[in-house]
Design a protein around this ligand. Structure first.
Ligand code: GLY
Length: 357
C-alpha cells in the first residue's frame, strides 16, 4: 500500500511502517526517545513494536492509565514533569503508541513541551488508525467537555499496523467503525455501501477499508488543515454525539459510552435532521439508521435528559457568535456545514432515535 502524504506528515501501512521508522530514527539522531503507552497498549502492543526496531536506542517508556477520563491536563502535567526529569530537550522524540486518548494527549504534550518536539503516532485502535492519529488534531478534555484545549500540528509520521487490531475488544472495533461509516456518509457513497455491509467483510477487506478511510480523511485535512471550511464535514454526527458523550461521562450512574457509540447515535439523529432540512430521502435515512443499529447497541436516552444534553451543545467547537452549527448531509456521500437547527427539531431527532427498534 502506497504511503498517504499530507502537508507535513505521511501515513505508512503494514511492514512499510517499520522500514520508514527505522530509517527515520537512524537519520534523525534524536537526543532522547520517549514512548507513551497506556497500561493496555504496554501489555498488548509494546513487545510487537519494540521487536521491529532494528538498532539499539535508549527508549524511556512513559505509561498512563487508559481511558478518556485520563485525557486531561493533570495527566499532561505529570508527563511534562517526567520529560523534564529525564532531561528531554528540543531534539527529543515522543512516540505515541495507543488509541485516540494516547495519540491526542501525546500529540498535545509533544506540541507544547519546550514549545514543540517531534512526535510520531502509532495508532493501536481502529478509531485512532482511521481518524484520531491523522490530521494533527491534538488535545485534552476540560472536565466533561471534549477536546476543549489543544493545538493542530501534524506528527512526523503515522504508522498504521493492523496487527495491533488483533488484541482489540469488539466494542472498541465498533467504535472505530463509526468513523469509517462517517467518512462514507460525508464524502463517498460507494465507500459507505462497501463499509456498511459488515456481513460480507473479511479481515483482508478491513486493511483496504482502513486505507480508503485514511485517504478520505487525509484529502479533507490536507485541503483544510485548520478547519476553516471542509474539515468541518468530519464533525458529522459529532455535534449531538459529543454532547451525548459528555453527558454520559458526567453521569457515572448511567451507561458509559465509547466515543464511536455516541457518534453513532449522533449520526442517526443528524441523519434525521438532514432528512428534514435537506434532501436525504426517507429510504436513505432508513438505511443509515438500520446500518448503524446493526452494529451499535440502542441506548435508551431518558427524555428528562434531553435538556441537559442540549445545554452541552453550546460548547461545540464549530459554534460561532453564539450560533450552534451542525454538519448535515445533502445526500449520502455529500455533506454541508454551518447548518442551524431549531430546538424543536433537535427534540424531534431524539424522538426519532427513540422510535427505532
Ligand atoms: N476528528 C475530526 C478531525 O480530525 O477533524
Amino acid at each position: 500500500m502506497e504511503p498517504i502524504v499530507s502537508k507535513d506528515s505521511i501515513v505508512y501501512f503494514n511492514d512499510e511502517c517499520y522500514t520508514a521508522l527505522n530509517s527515520y530514527l537512524e537519520k534523525a539522531n534524536h537526543s532522547s526517545i520517549f514512548i507513551l503507552v497506556d497500561s493496555n497498549t504496554y501489555e498488548c502492543c509494546y513487545a510487537h513494536f519494540i521487536s521491529k526496531i532494528e538498532k539499539e536506542y535508549a527508549i524511556e517508556v512513559i505509561e498512563i492509565e487508559p481511558g478518556e477520563i485520563n485525557k486531561n491536563i493533570d495527566t499532561c502535567s505529570s508527563i511534562w514533569n517526567v520529560l523534564a526529569e529525564y532531561g528531554a530537550d528540543r531534539k527529543s522524540l515522543l512516540i505515541n503508541l495507543g488509541g485516540g486518548v494516547v495519540t491526542d494527549l501525546g500529540g498535545f504534550i509533544a506540541c507544547t513541551y519546550k514549545r514543540g518536539i517531534n512526535y510520531i503516532n502509532i495508532p493501536t485502535s481502529l478509531l485512532a488508525m482511521v481518524d484520531a492519529s491523522v490530521g494533527g488534531k491534538t488535545g485534552v478534555d476540560l472536565g466533561n467537555l471534549k477536546n476543549m484545549v489543544g493545538v493542530i500540528s501534524e506528527s512526523e509520521m503515522v504508522l498504521v499496523d493492523p496487527e495491533f487490531l488483533g488484541t482489540l475488544p469488539v466494542n472498541q472495533m465498533c467504535s472505530g467503525f463509526a468513523e469509517m461509516l462517517k467518512h462514507g456518509l460525508i464524502q463517498d457513497r460507494a465507500y459507505w455501501e462497501k463499509v456498511s455491509d459488515l456481513s460480507k467483510l473479511t479481515t483482508d477487506d478491513l486493511d483496504q477499508l482502513i486505507y480508503d478511510s485514511v485517504i478520505i480523511k487525509n484529502k479533507i485535512v490536507t485541503e483544510d488543515p485548520t478547519e476553516q471550511n471542509i474539515r468541518k464535514y468530519l464533525n458529522f454526527g459529532h455535534t449531538l454525539g459529543h454532547a451525548i458523550e459528555s453527558f454520559y461521562l458526567t453521569h457515572p450512574e448511567k451507561p458509559t459510552l465509547l466515543h464511536g457509540e455516541a457518534i453513532a447515535i449522533g449520526m442517526i439523529m443528524e441523519g434525521f435532521l438532514s432528512s428534514k432540512l435537506l434532501s436525504v430521502s426517507d429510504e436513505d435515512l432508513k438505511q443509515i439508521s438500520t446500518v448503524i443499529l446493526t452494529t451499535f447497541p440502542k441506548v435508551n436516552i431518558d427524555p428528562k435528559d434531553h435538556k441537559e444534553i442540549m445545554e452541552l451543545l453550546i460548547h461545540d467547537k464549530k459554534n460561532e457568535k453564539g450560533n450552534i452549527y451542525f454538519v448535515l448531509l445533502n445526500t449520502i456521500g455529500d455533506a454541508t456545514y454551518n447548518c442551524t437547527v431549531s430546538d424543536d427539531l433537535i427534540i424531534k431527532s431524539f424522538e426519532y432515535y427513540d422510535s427505532l427498534s
